[in-house]
Write a protein that binds this ligand. Structure first.
Ligand SMILES: O=C(O)c1ccc[n+]([C@@H]2O[C@H](COP(=O)([O-])O)[C@@H](O)[C@H]2O)c1
Ligand SMILES: Cc1cc2nc[nH]c2cc1C
Length: 350
């Protein structure tokens, strides 16, 4: 059995008995029942994931997967491919938005080169390159099935290392010029939605660029015929290396009963792939913000998740995920730290 298969086999149901206990405890705390809304739902989910009545999510790690996309040669992005490499150096130097927001959230950041088109060196870089960028998905498969499996297994290995270091909350993010094209193709394959409903401006293409991007995606689906029920097939034909890496992080974390906060459109596409491979993985995922990209809300709907924030962001990197870490930590702190009615001496009977 390979690492992917054994990981998928280890993903099981949430601990429903502990979720009932968590709900009971929340109802005994000094507040009207249900008054902390979604924070209470998150606390119950964290109990179900960890199997602990008093879940801990204080050891936060954020994974940024970087990879390039051969489809950029079709002119689908507002930025050139070398920006992927340049931004990886920016992450390593601590200068990107995700570095600033992760520091505020108290999260460590792991940067992974899983498929950048250029050679990158850096002391703190995890060099796990599967391939120097995907092939152009408009003319053939983005990668082989074996490469798709490797990208998933890199994600599993990276998250297992972080969990060994004590991680109990994981964020997913990415960097990859062209990856909104790949993500929209994944979403189009996974749902009945039209490209009009899904495809957005990414880094900021103009109207003519948007029309071209829709045509490129339609051609990619026609040429590759990704199989709707086969997550690996979709990933290989129209996916990306960083998308496979993030899906692997989600599967690996779920197998170890660790919650994962997902980010924008591209993290969402990775969640769709992970969900196709093992549907139970979505129980281990926590939503964050809603991206401006029109397809993103459709992904949340497909996964039966609701975004916590709408800040009109469309950056990627996992910026929405790290912003939401403090909300998830708040939910855990509520169930851990609040007094019960009896502890506080508050009587509810006349
Ligand atoms: O997270 C999002 O929803 C999101 C929306 C638009 C763009 N991005 C980021 O922009 C890059 C992809 O945009 P594009 O136009 O090159 O496909 C990639 O590095 C993503 O992190 C991310
Ligand atoms: C500058 C820049 C930063 C990014 N971060 C994620 N995607 C990005 C795309 C660009 C162009």
């Amino acid at each position: 059995m390979n690492l992917l298969e054994s990981t998928v086999n280890n993903i099981t149901e949430l601990n429903r008995a502990q979720m009932r206990q968590a709900q009971k405890r929340l109802d005994s705390l000094t507040k009207p029942p249900g008054s902390l809304g979604k924070l209470e739902e998150i606390a119950v989910q964290l109990a179900g994931i960890s199997g602990e009545l008093l879940p801990q999510v204080d050891n936060k790690y954020h994974v940024v997967m970087a990879g390039d996309h051969g489809v950029v040669e079709e002119g689908v992005s507002a930025f050139p491919q070398q920006v992927t490499t340049q931004m990886v150096y920016n992450f390593l130097n601590g200068g990107a938005a995700v570095n600033v927001l992760a520091e505020q959230a108290g999260a460590e950041v792991a940067i992974v080169d899983i498929g950048v088109a250029q050679e990158i060196e850096g002391e703190n870089l995890l060099n796990r390159k599967v391939k120097y960028g995907t092939d152009n998905l408009a003319v053939g498969p983005a990668m082989t099935r074996e490469e798709a499996i490797s990208s998933l297994e890199v994600g599993i290995e990276v998250v297992e290392d972080l969990i060994k270091q004590g991680a109990n909350l994981i964020g997913t993010g990415e960097m990859g010029i062209g990856n909104t094209t790949s993500s929209s193709a994944i979403l189009a394959t996974s749902t009945d939605l039209s490209l009009e409903q899904i495809v957005g401006y990414g880094t900021g293409i103009d109207e003519a660029g948007l029309e071209k991007k829709k045509k490129v995606i339609a051609q990619a689906l026609e040429v590759n015929q990704p199989q709707v029920n086969d997550g690996l097939d979709i990933l290989a034909k129209v996916g990306g290396l960083e998308i496979g890496g993030m899906a692997g992080v989600m599967l690996g974390a779920a197998a170890h009963r660790v919650p994962v906060i997902i980010d924008g459109l591209i993290s969402g596409a990775a969640a769709l792939i992970a969900h196709k491979i093992e549907p139970q993985v979505s129980n281990y995922l926590l939503p964050s913000h809603q991206s401006v990209e029109p397809g993103h809300i459709k992904i949340y709907e497909a996964l039966d998740l609701e975004p916590l924030l709408d800040l009109e962001m469309r950056l990627g990197e996992g910026t929405g995920a790290v912003l939401s870490m403090n909300l998830v930590e708040a939910a855990a702190n509520i169930i851990n730290g609040m007094a019960t009615f009896s502890e506080a001496g508050i009587t509810v009977e006349d």
